[in-house]
Write a protein that binds this ligand. Structure first.
Ligand code: ADP
Ligand code: MG
Length: 227
Protein backbone atom coordinates (compact mmCIF):
# COMPACT_ATOMS: atom_id res chain seq x y z
CA UNK A 1 0.00 0.00 0.00
CA UNK A 2 2.07 2.95 1.23
CA UNK A 3 1.50 6.65 1.59
CA UNK A 4 -0.29 8.57 -1.15
CA UNK A 5 -0.37 12.02 0.37
CA UNK A 6 0.18 13.75 3.68
CA UNK A 7 -0.55 17.07 5.27
CA UNK A 8 2.24 18.35 7.50
CA UNK A 9 1.44 21.18 9.91
CA UNK A 10 -0.84 22.46 7.19
CA UNK A 11 -2.41 25.89 7.53
CA UNK A 12 -4.84 27.06 4.86
CA UNK A 13 -6.92 30.19 4.56
CA UNK A 14 -7.60 33.44 2.78
CA UNK A 15 -6.39 37.02 3.18
CA UNK A 16 -9.19 37.37 5.74
CA UNK A 17 -7.54 34.77 7.97
CA UNK A 18 -6.62 31.15 8.62
CA UNK A 19 -9.35 28.56 8.24
CA UNK A 20 -7.46 25.33 8.94
CA UNK A 21 -4.48 25.39 11.29
CA UNK A 22 -1.66 22.92 11.87
CA UNK A 23 -3.44 19.95 10.35
CA UNK A 24 -1.59 16.65 10.09
CA UNK A 25 -2.76 13.48 8.39
CA UNK A 26 -1.53 10.70 6.12
CA UNK A 27 -3.68 9.12 3.42
CA UNK A 28 -2.50 5.65 2.41
CA UNK A 29 -3.12 4.18 -0.98
CA UNK A 30 -6.45 2.31 -0.81
CA UNK A 31 -7.97 4.48 1.94
CA UNK A 32 -11.49 5.84 1.80
CA UNK A 33 -11.43 8.93 4.01
CA UNK A 34 -14.61 10.78 5.06
CA UNK A 35 -14.01 14.44 5.94
CA UNK A 36 -16.62 15.76 8.36
CA UNK A 37 -17.30 19.00 10.22
CA UNK A 38 -19.93 21.73 10.43
CA UNK A 39 -20.58 24.33 7.76
CA UNK A 40 -17.70 26.74 7.52
CA UNK A 41 -15.22 24.38 9.21
CA UNK A 42 -12.96 24.46 6.16
CA UNK A 43 -13.79 21.20 4.40
CA UNK A 44 -13.98 22.76 0.92
CA UNK A 45 -10.92 24.87 1.73
CA UNK A 46 -8.99 21.68 2.45
CA UNK A 47 -10.11 20.22 -0.89
CA UNK A 48 -8.93 23.38 -2.67
CA UNK A 49 -5.58 22.95 -0.96
CA UNK A 50 -5.29 19.30 -2.01
CA UNK A 51 -6.04 20.27 -5.61
CA UNK A 52 -3.50 23.09 -5.52
CA UNK A 53 -6.12 25.81 -6.07
CA UNK A 54 -4.87 27.60 -2.97
CA UNK A 55 -1.37 27.53 -1.49
CA UNK A 56 -0.54 26.52 2.07
CA UNK A 57 0.05 29.53 4.31
CA UNK A 58 2.19 27.32 6.46
CA UNK A 59 3.30 23.69 6.33
CA UNK A 60 2.88 21.54 3.25
CA UNK A 61 1.03 18.84 1.40
CA UNK A 62 3.34 16.07 0.23
CA UNK A 63 2.28 13.88 -2.68
CA UNK A 64 3.83 10.45 -2.94
CA UNK A 65 3.76 8.87 -6.32
CA UNK A 66 0.82 11.09 -7.24
CA UNK A 67 0.69 14.00 -9.66
CA UNK A 68 -1.67 16.70 -8.47
CA UNK A 69 -3.31 17.25 -11.85
CA UNK A 70 -4.21 13.55 -12.04
CA UNK A 71 -6.55 13.83 -9.07
CA UNK A 72 -10.18 13.23 -10.08
CA UNK A 73 -12.41 15.89 -8.57
CA UNK A 74 -16.14 16.17 -8.12
CA UNK A 75 -17.04 19.67 -6.93
CA UNK A 76 -19.59 20.59 -4.28
CA UNK A 77 -21.77 22.58 -6.63
CA UNK A 78 -21.70 21.13 -10.06
CA UNK A 79 -20.38 23.45 -12.71
CA UNK A 80 -22.30 21.54 -15.33
CA UNK A 81 -25.44 23.56 -15.81
CA UNK A 82 -28.44 21.25 -15.88
CA UNK A 83 -29.43 22.80 -19.21
CA UNK A 84 -25.97 22.57 -20.72
CA UNK A 85 -26.48 21.05 -24.19
CA UNK A 86 -23.90 18.28 -23.91
CA UNK A 87 -24.23 14.53 -24.10
CA UNK A 88 -23.26 12.26 -21.24
CA UNK A 89 -20.31 11.01 -23.27
CA UNK A 90 -19.02 14.54 -23.92
CA UNK A 91 -19.24 15.42 -20.24
CA UNK A 92 -17.36 12.30 -19.17
CA UNK A 93 -14.75 12.81 -21.91
CA UNK A 94 -14.12 16.35 -20.69
CA UNK A 95 -12.88 14.82 -17.42
CA UNK A 96 -9.77 13.65 -19.27
CA UNK A 97 -8.77 17.17 -20.32
CA UNK A 98 -6.61 17.74 -17.25
CA UNK A 99 -4.00 15.55 -18.90
CA UNK A 100 -3.60 17.42 -22.14
CA UNK A 101 -5.05 20.88 -21.88
CA UNK A 102 -7.70 21.78 -24.40
CA UNK A 103 -7.64 19.95 -27.68
CA UNK A 104 -10.12 19.95 -30.53
CA UNK A 105 -10.13 16.15 -30.65
CA UNK A 106 -9.81 13.47 -28.03
CA UNK A 107 -7.19 10.74 -28.31
CA UNK A 108 -8.06 7.04 -28.38
CA UNK A 109 -6.64 6.76 -24.88
CA UNK A 110 -8.96 9.47 -23.60
CA UNK A 111 -11.95 7.83 -25.29
CA UNK A 112 -10.95 4.52 -23.74
CA UNK A 113 -10.72 6.08 -20.29
CA UNK A 114 -14.17 7.69 -20.67
CA UNK A 115 -15.68 4.46 -21.90
CA UNK A 116 -14.23 2.56 -18.92
CA UNK A 117 -15.62 5.17 -16.53
CA UNK A 118 -19.10 4.89 -18.10
CA UNK A 119 -18.89 1.11 -17.81
CA UNK A 120 -17.70 1.19 -14.20
CA UNK A 121 -20.78 3.21 -13.27
CA UNK A 122 -23.07 1.18 -15.50
CA UNK A 123 -24.22 4.16 -17.53
CA UNK A 124 -22.84 3.24 -20.96
CA UNK A 125 -26.39 3.04 -22.23
CA UNK A 126 -26.91 6.71 -21.33
CA UNK A 127 -23.92 7.96 -23.31
CA UNK A 128 -25.87 9.70 -26.08
CA UNK A 129 -28.48 11.20 -23.77
CA UNK A 130 -28.45 14.86 -22.89
CA UNK A 131 -27.42 15.72 -19.35
CA UNK A 132 -30.52 17.90 -18.97
CA UNK A 133 -32.79 14.89 -19.59
CA UNK A 134 -31.38 12.86 -16.70
CA UNK A 135 -32.64 12.36 -13.16
CA UNK A 136 -30.66 13.73 -10.22
CA UNK A 137 -29.24 10.31 -9.42
CA UNK A 138 -28.19 9.72 -13.03
CA UNK A 139 -26.53 13.13 -13.20
CA UNK A 140 -24.57 12.30 -10.09
CA UNK A 141 -23.31 9.11 -11.72
CA UNK A 142 -22.26 11.05 -14.81
CA UNK A 143 -20.31 13.55 -12.70
CA UNK A 144 -18.69 10.70 -10.81
CA UNK A 145 -17.76 9.06 -14.12
CA UNK A 146 -16.29 12.38 -15.24
CA UNK A 147 -14.09 12.54 -12.13
CA UNK A 148 -13.16 8.89 -12.58
CA UNK A 149 -12.08 9.49 -16.18
CA UNK A 150 -9.51 11.96 -14.82
CA UNK A 151 -7.70 9.58 -12.51
CA UNK A 152 -6.59 6.09 -11.71
CA UNK A 153 -5.39 6.92 -8.20
CA UNK A 154 -7.27 9.51 -6.19
CA UNK A 155 -10.85 10.74 -6.30
CA UNK A 156 -11.81 13.79 -4.27
CA UNK A 157 -15.49 14.52 -3.73
CA UNK A 158 -17.01 17.53 -2.00
CA UNK A 159 -20.40 16.68 -0.46
CA UNK A 160 -21.44 14.44 -3.35
CA UNK A 161 -24.65 13.32 -1.62
CA UNK A 162 -26.10 16.81 -1.27
CA UNK A 163 -29.53 17.11 -2.85
CA UNK A 164 -29.82 13.37 -3.50
CA UNK A 165 -32.78 11.30 -2.37
CA UNK A 166 -31.97 8.34 -0.15
CA UNK A 167 -31.99 5.75 -2.92
CA UNK A 168 -29.63 7.79 -5.14
CA UNK A 169 -27.43 8.31 -2.11
CA UNK A 170 -27.24 4.57 -1.44
CA UNK A 171 -26.41 4.06 -5.10
CA UNK A 172 -23.64 6.66 -4.95
CA UNK A 173 -22.13 5.21 -1.76
CA UNK A 174 -22.31 1.71 -3.26
CA UNK A 175 -20.44 2.91 -6.35
CA UNK A 176 -17.78 4.63 -4.27
CA UNK A 177 -17.21 1.54 -2.13
CA UNK A 178 -16.95 -0.57 -5.23
CA UNK A 179 -14.43 1.75 -6.89
CA UNK A 180 -12.44 1.73 -3.67
CA UNK A 181 -12.52 -2.01 -3.09
CA UNK A 182 -12.47 -3.39 -6.62
CA UNK A 183 -10.34 -0.83 -8.43
CA UNK A 184 -8.18 0.09 -5.45
CA UNK A 185 -8.98 3.75 -5.96
CA UNK A 186 -8.17 6.00 -3.01
CA UNK A 187 -11.08 8.31 -2.15
CA UNK A 188 -11.38 11.44 -0.04
CA UNK A 189 -15.00 12.41 0.43
CA UNK A 190 -16.35 15.44 2.24
CA UNK A 191 -19.69 14.59 3.75
CA UNK A 192 -22.32 16.35 5.76
CA UNK A 193 -24.01 13.07 6.44
CA UNK A 194 -23.28 12.03 10.02
CA UNK A 195 -25.46 8.95 10.01
CA UNK A 196 -23.05 6.23 11.16
CA UNK A 197 -23.97 3.83 8.43
CA UNK A 198 -23.06 6.47 5.87
CA UNK A 199 -19.55 6.93 7.19
CA UNK A 200 -18.50 4.52 4.48
CA UNK A 201 -14.75 4.99 4.75
CA UNK A 202 -12.08 3.29 6.81
CA UNK A 203 -10.85 6.64 8.14
CA UNK A 204 -12.36 9.90 9.35
CA UNK A 205 -10.92 13.38 9.39
CA UNK A 206 -13.06 15.59 11.61
CA UNK A 207 -12.59 19.36 11.55
CA UNK A 208 -15.31 19.73 14.19
CA UNK A 209 -13.06 19.90 17.23
CA UNK A 210 -9.55 21.06 17.95
CA UNK A 211 -7.26 19.24 18.01
CA UNK A 212 -8.65 17.76 14.83
CA UNK A 213 -9.52 14.08 14.86
CA UNK A 214 -7.91 11.77 12.34
CA UNK A 215 -8.22 8.03 12.78
CA UNK A 216 -10.24 4.93 12.04
CA UNK A 217 -13.98 5.15 11.57
CA UNK A 218 -14.51 2.71 14.50
CA UNK A 219 -12.48 4.87 16.82
CA UNK A 220 -14.39 7.95 15.69
CA UNK A 221 -17.77 6.36 16.26
CA UNK A 222 -16.79 4.97 19.69
CA UNK A 223 -14.81 7.85 21.09
CA UNK A 224 -15.71 11.04 19.33
CA UNK A 225 -19.08 10.99 17.74
CA UNK A 226 -21.73 9.46 19.94
CA UNK A 227 -25.34 10.05 19.08
N1 ADP B 1 -12.74 32.45 -1.37
C1 ADP B 1 -12.86 32.73 -0.06
N2 ADP B 1 -12.39 33.90 0.45
C2 ADP B 1 -12.47 34.18 1.76
N3 ADP B 1 -13.03 33.36 2.67
C3 ADP B 1 -13.52 32.19 2.23
C4 ADP B 1 -13.45 31.81 0.85
N4 ADP B 1 -14.01 30.58 0.72
C5 ADP B 1 -14.41 30.22 1.96
N5 ADP B 1 -14.11 31.18 2.87
C6 ADP B 1 -14.35 31.12 4.32
O1 ADP B 1 -13.62 30.03 4.85
C7 ADP B 1 -14.35 29.37 5.86
C8 ADP B 1 -14.44 27.89 5.50
O2 ADP B 1 -15.20 27.74 4.31
P1 ADP B 1 -15.36 26.34 3.60
O3 ADP B 1 -14.02 25.73 3.40
O4 ADP B 1 -16.19 26.55 2.40
O5 ADP B 1 -16.17 25.49 4.71
P2 ADP B 1 -17.00 24.14 4.57
O6 ADP B 1 -16.75 23.56 3.21
O7 ADP B 1 -16.52 23.26 5.69
O8 ADP B 1 -18.44 24.50 4.78
C9 ADP B 1 -15.72 30.05 5.96
O9 ADP B 1 -15.66 30.95 7.02
C10 ADP B 1 -15.82 30.77 4.63
O10 ADP B 1 -16.58 31.94 4.76
MG1 MG C 1 -17.96 23.04 1.59
Amino acid sequence: MGKLLEAKDLTLGYPSGDVIKDLNFVVDSGDLVCVVGPNGAGKSTLIKGLLGLIKPRHGEIVYHNLVQKFIGYMPQETKVDANFPASVEEIVLSGTLNKSGWRPFYSDEQRQKASEALKALRISSLKDRHFSDLSGGQRQRVLLARALAATSKLLVLDEPSNNLDSSSRRDLYGNLKKLNQEKGLTIIMVTHDLDHKNLIGNKILSLRTKPYFYGSTEQYVQEVHRV
